[in-house]
Write a protein that binds this ligand. Structure first.
Ligand SMILES: Cc1cc2nc3c(=O)[nH]c(=O)nc-3n(C[C@H](O)[C@H](O)[C@H](O)COP(=O)(O)O)c2cc1C
Length: 163
């Protein structure tokens, strides 16, 4: 791909999600992003590389947890985005604390700004990615924390209201 076109994929500021999939026995976590496409029902899309280990677990379970990263989780976001679950147990390797979800088997990551529990409705192939449409079935927010934002390969804190 042309360098300038590849650069365009880094121009949209994104929420940083620590996506978890699987169950207590076989689980994985990766850094990802998502976009809401409907409010009622709350529906969102996530797009996962075919090579992703989390994607394989989502295919088996039909669900995933979107842990909305807080500013204290920048280091975890970098690590989860640079390693593959088939090579390493990321929860053990990076000492990631987990909690039980309320409606799905995938674990929540403690210390996140929000936990969004999702069930997959359908999927669509897009190049080397699979785009999933998912329904939000539960959500929990810790308003004492501040969300983390990604833009142009850098992480920022979402802190100051401007309008
Ligand atoms: C900020 C950020 C956002 C990312 N978003 C996605 C994404 O939406 N989809 C995807 O497939 N990979 C995304 N990645 C890359 C994956 O996190 C990375 O490939 C990871 O190693 C996959 O882990 P797994 O093989 O254990 O599933 C992102 C990485 C970063 C740092």
């Amino acid at each position: 791909m042309e360098k300038s076109l590849l650069q365009s994929t880094r121009m949209l500021p994104c929420a940083v999600l620590l996506l978890t999939a699987g169950s207590k026995e076989a689980k994985d976590a990766m850094t990802a992003t998502a976009m809401f496409v409907a409010e009622s029902l709350p529906l969102l899309t996530i797009s996962l590389a075919k090579s992703s280990t989390c994607r394989e677990l989502i295919e088996k379970s039909g669900e995933c947890m979107l842990n909305v990263a807080s500013t204290g989780q920048g280091d975890i976001a970098k690590k989860l985005g640079a390693t593959h679950g088939r090579d390493t147990d990321k929860f053990q390797e990076f000492n990631i604390p987990t909690e039980k979800a309320s409606k799905i088997k995938a674990p929540a990551i403690a210390g996140s700004y929000a936990h969004i529990e999702c069930k997959i409705i359908t999927s669509h192939q897009a190049g080397n990615y699979i785009v999933y449409l998912a329904e939000v079935v539960a959500c929990k927010v810790d308003e004492t924390k501040v969300p983390l934002v990604w833009h142009n390969n850098k992480y920022f804190s979402l802190e100051k209201e401007v309008a």
